[in-house]
Design a protein around this ligand. Structure first.
Ligand SMILES: Cc1ncc(COP(=O)(O)O)c(C=O)c1O
Length: 346
């Protein structure tokens, strides 16, 4: 067996832990604590297993049409992926030459850096809080992955700022809006605008639609860029069951929005409570908060919580190492977390 040098050197992306115990309080991977729409269960029951004999629709006609309608655009402006993670991989294939770089905010979704390494190109991190992204960008950056709201901070950049940046950027800007349903603004109108040549908005079913296990994400953008993504995808990248269930979920906007409203309400109450206890909690427009404990080191708090079956996320390193990223769960889960924090003296 021979493994390439670049893969031998590769530091693989480490996803959040999936504890086995059902009793665990799992607030570490930004999943939705509420179930998906009952229409998803109905779609699963109605799915005829005999259909599995056949390959799925390679261009997800029904789902794509519905997503186009939802976002006020045409099916040729929509691409669906096996989770939005797949779309990121496809963007790195389609929009970056071998001698170019991928750039993103830093800190941000740490998968981007790994993706650049897998693609065999460089990566540049632009300070997430900087005023002008352009000042930090090397000339050879050809794909900018702009997470908005950002993760793990939860901060929302003004959509106009991102659109302005895209207009002056020679490459492609993928606005990763995994958490946009929890936020007060988004870039979709810029992605569907007539004159847009390089801004793509990416969304996922994993967060607001409560379907992380299904693996469906999509993006909206100019037809030539979408066509390029189709060229490089696997023929059957979204399975038949996933297409059917995702379609049922999109058709129940009311259910998704009600769950989002519950999460946002819990997020704001939880933020207020942590602040009352002396934590530093920047405003979040997401389904998580990025909070700094007032006394103990964040890493110690992370470990002590874990020993008690409460899972949050800790990212070592500059800009992240003094905080914990806490996914917003149900009120009952947050209550358990707050009790555990009290018990460990945090
Ligand atoms: C910023 C960001 N983008 C993309 C993803 C991946 O989403 P998906 O489940 O659609 O692959 C995540 C998941 O945590 C995320 O935080």
């Amino acid at each position: 067996m021979r493994v390439t040098k670049s893969v031998r050197r590769l530091a693989a992306y480490v996803p959040g832990e999936q504890p086995r115990s059902k009793a665990a309080v799992k607030l570490n991977t930004n999943e939705n604590p509420y179930p998906p729409s009952p229409r998803c269960a109905a779609a699963l029951r109605a799915f005829d297993p005999a259909l599995l004999r056949r390959y799925p629709d390679p261009v997800f006609t029904g789902l794509r049409k519905e997503l186009a309608r939802l976002n006020g655009t045409a099916p040729e402006n929509v691409m669906v992926g096996n989770g939005s993670d797949e779309i990121l991989t496809l963007a790195a294939k389609a929009f970056v030459e071998d001698d170019e770089r991928i750039a993103s905010l830093d800190p941000s979704y740490s998968l981007y850096k790994t993706l650049a390494a897998i693609r065999g190109v460089g990566w540049t991190g632009v300070p997430a809080e900087c005023g002008d992204v352009r000042r930090f960008l090397p000339r050879d950056a050809s794909l900018f992955l702009w997470t908005n709201p950002n993760a793990p901070t939860g901060a929302l950049a003004a959509p106009e700022k991102i659109a302005r940046f895209a207009r002056g950027f020679r490459g492609v800007v993928v606005v990763d809006e995994a958490y946009a349903d929890f936020a007060s603004a988004n870039c979709i109108r810029f992605a569907t605008a007539a004159g847009n040549r390089n801004l793509v908005v990416m969304r996922t079913f994993s967060k607001s639609y409560s379907l992380a296990g299904l693996r469906v994400g999509y993006c909206v953008g100019p037809a030539p860029l979408i066509a390029a993504l189709y060229k490089v995808k696997d023929s059957y990248n979204v399975d038949a069951v996933a297409q059917a269930v995702a379609l049922a979920a999109v058709k129940d906007q009311k259910w998704m929005k009600a769950n989002v409203a519950k999460v946002v309400k819990t997020r704001d109450a939880f933020t207020a409570e942590l602040r009352r206890r002396g934590w530093d909690v920047p405003p979040s427009e997401s389904n998580f908060v990025f909070a700094r404990p007032p006394r103990l080191k964040a890493e110690n708090v992370f470990r002590k919580l874990r020993e008690r079956g409460v899972y949050v996320r800790y990212f070592k390193g500059a800009g992240t190492g003094d905080r914990l990223r806490v996914t917003i769960g149900t009120d009952a889960q947050m209550k358990k977390l707050l009790a555990a924090l009290e018990a460990v003296g945090a």
